[in-house]
Design a protein around this ligand. Structure first.
Ligand code: MG
Length: 202
């Protein structure tokens, strides 16, 4: 399986990192080795002093598809989840300065937290609340109604480039409020009223 991630999909997050608003979705990949095994803590990797959390809504693909039109995109997913796109911001800044790929900053082991998935019927996908708390303090408070590109548009867009397969996961971008983690932080992801993950940082 593969993980397809969307960057810069929320206007306020684009502003907080002083990025340009993109003309098309920003897309990058994480390998399956990036998934943090269930129940494991997240270990801060030795190559970074500035690991950021980014809470994101996840879409799990349920069958093979390519060149999917936006209209038919809903047929390609039944489940929605919540996760974290951990980012070595210091490494990413260096890559960005030099125009180099981001993988070292975005696709390292443990960088993809994949929480619980829920049937999509449980939610109003156009108006889905999700939050991240760090040590019981609310740090990110998002709603899918703030997305620049909605889930169906993202599925359509990425499937023009990559064949989607059953089990692939799309990380749909993070809202504002990203920040650094340090040892012993506890990150809890909440989608509507459900706790989707609970991660300790080591
Ligand atoms: Mg992200």
């Amino acid at each position: 399986m593969k993980i397809i991630c969307i960057g810069r999909n929320y206007a306020k997050h684009i502003e907080e990192l002083e990025n340009e608003r993109p003309e098309h979705p920003v897309v990058f990949l994480k390998p399956d080795s990036a998934i943090l095994p269930r129940k494991n803590p997240f270990f801060i990797p030795p190559f970074s002093d500035d690991i950021h959390y980014e809470v994101e809504v996840l879409v799990k693909i349920n069958k093979v598809g390519k060149h999917i039109s936006e209209k038919f995109a809903p047929k390609y997913y039944d489940e929605i989840g919540l996760g974290i796109d951990f980012t070595a911001r210091d490494v990413q800044e260096k890559c960005k300065e030099k125009g180099l790929p981001w993988e070292k900053a975005k696709a390292f082991d443990g960088s993809a937290v994949v929480g619980e998935f829920y049937p999509k019927e449980q939610f109003d996908l156009e108006n889905l609340k999700f939050q991240l708390t760090k040590n019981n303090v609310l740090v990110q408070d998002g709603n899918t109604n703030e997305m620049l590109w909605k889930m169906d548009a993202l599925i359509s867009y990425v499937s023009q480039y990559f064949t989607l397969k059953k089990g692939d996961i799309i990380f749909t971008g993070t809202p504002a409020g990203v920040g650094r983690v340090v040892e012993n932080d506890v990150l809890v992801g909440i989608i509507e009223d459900k706790e989707a993950f609970n991660i300790r940082v080591k």
